[in-house]
Design a protein. Sequence first.
Length: 262
Amino acid sequence: MRTILIYSSVIALGFSLVLTGCAKQEAELKRLQAELQNVKAALEKARSEQTDLKARIETLTRARDVLAKQVNELTAARDQLQQQLADAQTRTKELPGQLSQLKSQRDAAQQQADQLTALRSLLRQELDTMAKSRDAAAAEAQKAQEQVAELTTQLQAQTEKISELQEQLAAANAGAEASGIQAIESPAIHSFATARPRINAGQSSALSWRVSNANRVRIEPDIGAVDALGSRTVTPSKTTTYTLIATNQAGESRVTRRIEVF
């Protein structure tokens, strides 16, 4: 607004000078022109200062924004620290209860360890007892094997004696036939037994028998012809029925025994 007034004054003075042609007005016009130059210079300076002020305002605004951001971050950090402090205080209050619970767990674990130690001692005692029983059983098994060997020897002797008797009987029968006397009787199965009628798969059992007045003796299945007196160890893979068959001129006699396999 001031610039417009100055320009208006200058124009008015110019017209006055033209009209009056007064030297005084010319001097005044020069003075006003000089003042106008000063005003222009002042205006340019004011504009420059205004630009600088805007730049400073923008700088201060950016600085304010940065400070506001830092304040917000510091506020958030403060709130987080306060929450962490509250959590730490809560945990501190819970520590006695947790310590008590841990102590109870430790005591329970110690009791279990004591029980395990006692059980281990009992197991050791049982193992020692089982070892003694095993040794005793091994001794009994050895003794039984010796008895079996002795009985086997006796059985072989009896078998040989029976063979001799059979030969004598055959000779007597031959003499009777020659003399016209016939005294043939059916075969007699005096015994047919199994030592273990029930066994587990893979185990063995023994068959024993005694037959008289037979020309031929056999056991089915899988064994075949046998002596009139004897025994045989068998290991069936499944439940099996064994049949003892004794035959002569008078006929045939049969006896069965069953061994169950589990």
